[in-house]
Design a binder for this molecule. Structure first.
Ligand SMILES: [Fe+2]
Length: 345
């Protein structure tokens, strides 16, 4: 494992956090259909100690996610990232299109000690953690700040053959050695994907709200993550230059294709394809299900571009490449998207 890049830096996020609340209030006062949900989110953000232990966060979490999908939030997020990008002075950068919202309830465990690389983030990837309010001690994120210690703990962890035992031992060592980051003054933290950190137990008596996102300084390496989830940013950064890494054909008429012979519920296939299209703004104008006789006649028909065109479609969306014969898909001349892998085939 390479520890050359171990990097932790705190930055001012005051402008972004202030804008977050301004935009949330703006959405509440607008005609947004979700405004009552946003009102709930703001109320909870302002009364964090009143949210009861064992609260069901589903409604609150979905309000939080919906707010991150508003144009007002997307704008402030992009300008926050642009400022941050300038300090990195790289020719090109990739950064996550949608930050991840986090809610950690009173007395809850957020996450055990780990480094983000273990979860598939690349060796050139950095995480930005932004708490959305003053963080009380006991609800911050704890970090192994010292480079040598980080390296030592990784080595101890990796040399063990009993991974469950070594994970337990890593957690107990880190609990003693890590330093808590619980900023009171609208700071955020950037750290490399090799840095050990964790958020073991929220003992602060209030719920914690934060968001985090990742960026890579190497546009060819984002670990096992999907490029379609990233924006691409070229040199001489400006808002106009931010564009999705994968350009999806938003003007295409797509045929949704499901196949019950795969053994995977067709309902699940429908849900997956619909959610994928809704997320990316793709347009489904028709659907077909396979005739279950083992010949894949429907699929074969539409894998021919002329047949697809004759029926008024520009492309076909399948649920997953794993469900269908690969050679058949690859030799097709039709435009095919796969929802599960989020790829253009
Ligand atoms: Fe993490």
């Amino acid at each position: 494992m390479n520890f050359k890049n171990l990097f932790i830096k705190d930055i001012n996020a005051d402008e972004f956090i202030d804008d977050f609340y301004k935009m949330l209030s703006y959405e509440i006062s607008s005609n947004n259909l979700m405004k009552e949900d946003f009102r709930l989110l703001l109320k909870c953000l302002e009364n964090r100690n009143e949210i009861k232990k064992n609260n069901d966060f589903s409604k609150l979490r979905s309000s939080f996610i919906s707010f991150l999908q508003t144009d007002s939030f997307k704008d402030i997020y992009k300008s926050f990232f642009l400022k941050l990008a300038n300090s990195f002075k790289k020719e090109q950068l990739l950064f996550q299109i949608q930050p991840t919202p986090r809610l950690v309830g009173i007395d809850a465990l957020a996450t055990s000690f780990h480094c983000d690389k273990w979860y598939g983030h690349g060796t050139d990837t950095y995480t930005v953690w932004v708490p959305l309010h003053e963080v009380k001690n006991g609800s911050g994120v704890s970090f192994i700040f010292d480079k040598n210690l980080n390296e030592e703990l990784h080595h101890d962890f990796l040399k063990e053959t009993d991974h469950f035992a070594s994970l337990n031992s890593l957690n107990s060592k880190c609990s003693n050695l890590a330093k808590e980051f619980a900023p009171k003054n609208k700071k955020a933290r950037i750290f490399h994907s090799s840095v050990l950190h964790g958020s073991p137990h929220n003992s602060s008596g209030e719920t914690r709200f934060s968001l985090d996102f990742r960026f890579s300084v190497n546009v060819k390496n984002i670990g096992s993550k999907n490029f379609s989830d990233f924006f691409y940013l070229d040199r001489n950064y400006s808002e106009k230059k931010i564009r999705p890494y994968v350009e999806w054909p938003l003007n295409f008429n797509f045929l949704k294709y499901v196949n019950g012979e795969t053994g995977i519920s067709t309902r699940s296939q429908h849900l997956l394809i619909e959610a994928f299209c809704e997320d990316l703004g793709l347009k489904i104008t028709g659907q077909e299900a396979e005739i279950e006789d083992g010949n894949l006649s429907v699929l074969k028909h539409y894998l021919n571009k002329n047949n697809l065109k004759k029926s008024g479609f520009d492309g076909i969306i399948i649920s997953s490449t794993n469900l269908l014969p690969n050679d058949l898909i690859k030799t097709s001349n039709s435009y095919i998207l796969s929802a599960f892998e989020r790829i253009i085939i």
